[in-house]
Ligand binder design. Structure first.
Ligand SMILES: [Cu+2]
Length: 359
């Protein structure tokens, strides 16, 4: 679309004015300042920024997460009720998950061929551990056991397009990501389902698999704004699964919506507060090798949910010296509300620690 400089300047003014009215924060300058800790969003936000023509960025993120205890809707559910018989008011599964630890290591590379376009690739490596309990038989006590899986997850390739002038203190970015099914969906581990509870290698439940098995599209829209000390932003991303994977199912679609506010104490240090809302659906179809009565984690109808997290974060940026341009970010995410199709493991906390360097 053609716009005369005067019109776009006017549009920018109008945008800044509307924002000032909405937030009460007056931008003290018009130009985007990239050499600030808060020029990047809190580290838990992906694809929040673009680069200038010819610029590269490399980064690494470590994202641990802990889930413990079961929930159906917003109510806590005990392990006993999960594997209790339907006649006794239970859910009638054979096993109940107890807790799960997941950690994602993610390497990212960004490159901007032009001021408008930035390309981004992210390669995740996952480690997952779940402990569960097999229901008691007669007077035998329940049998606790552990499962683990690790490996490369789904690689994602994205194109980000800057909708606003490079210099504007208000940046809007449209993005489209493609998640490629490089993560395994046929991971196995021993479970006590052999004769007399002997270990037997079986296909792991859905949350323990490393990928979706489908090509997923991730359209997104991001807005970030800068004032003199404050900065703020918002992002919406959808994850749309296409087709059915080789094992006969499709993970639920997902929507992520987040908004944040950051304060720069110095150009090198900023702190942030963020709200993140996520909603994801149940599984369509099922893997014939995963029995849905085995555990709620194996049940395609006990996978969906919604969660609201509050994120507290800090960004660090090195403005000068030999380490100039290096960034560090830390963010801790705590759920304040979650509603799960269950019984399903609830999230207790998640964290993101990341390093980024642009050159
Ligand atoms: Cu970057």
């Amino acid at each position: 679309m053609f716009r005369s400089p005067a019109t776009s300047r006017l549009a920018r003014r109008a945008g800044a004015l509307a924002l000032t009215a909405a937030t009460g924060v007056a931008p003290a300058h018009e130009d985007w300042q990239g050499a600030r800790a808060d020029a990047h969003a809190p580290i838990g936000v992906m694809g929040d920024h673009v680069h200038k023509a010819g610029e590269w960025m490399v980064g690494y993120r470590y994202m641990p997460m802990h889930q413990e205890g079961l929930r159906d809707g917003t109510d806590a559910v005990s392990k006993e009720a999960t594997y209790g018989s339907a006649a006794a008011g239970g859910y009638g599964y054979h096993n109940a998950p107890r807790d799960m630890d997941m950690a994602m290591h993610m390497v990212e590379v960004m490159y901007a061929p032009t001021d408008r376009w930035t390309l981004m690739a992210m390669v995740p490596y996952l480690t997952m551990d779940m402990s569960a309990e097999l229901h008691s038989h007669g007077d035998h006590a329940p049998v606790p056991y552990d499962m683990a899986s690790d490996g490369v997850g789904d690689v994602s390739l994205s194109a980000l397009y800057r909708l606003t002038p490079v210099t504007s203190a208000h940046q809007a970015i449209a993005s489209l990501g493609l998640s490629v099914p490089t993560g395994s969906i046929t991971e196995k581990d021993d479970m006590p389902h052999g004769e007399h509870g002997a270990p037997m290698a079986m296909r792991l439940e859905y949350p323990m698999q490393l990928g979706s098995g489908t090509y997923d599209l991730k359209p997104g829209l991001t807005y970030v704004g800068q004032g003199e000390r404050w900065s703020w932003g918002g992002q919406g991303i959808a994850t749309l699964r296409t087709g059915e994977n080789d094992e006969g199912y499709t993970l639920g679609h997902r929507a992520d919506l987040t908004g944040w506010l950051a304060y720069g104490w110095t150009p090198a240090v900023s702190t942030s507060l963020r709200l993140a809302v996520a909603a994801w659906g149940n599984i369509d179809g099922r893997d014939a090798r995963i029995s849905p009565t085995m555990s709620p984690a194996a049940d395609p109808r006990a996978q969906g949910g919604e969660r609201v997290d509050v994120g507290v974060g800090a960004n660090f940026y090195v403005p000068e010296g030999p380490l100039r341009g290096h960034r560090l970010g830390l963010e801790v995410l705590l759920p304040v509300a979650q509603r799960l199709d269950g019984p399903q493991l609830e999230t207790d906390w998640a964290a993101v620690l990341g390093w980024q360097y642009a050159f």
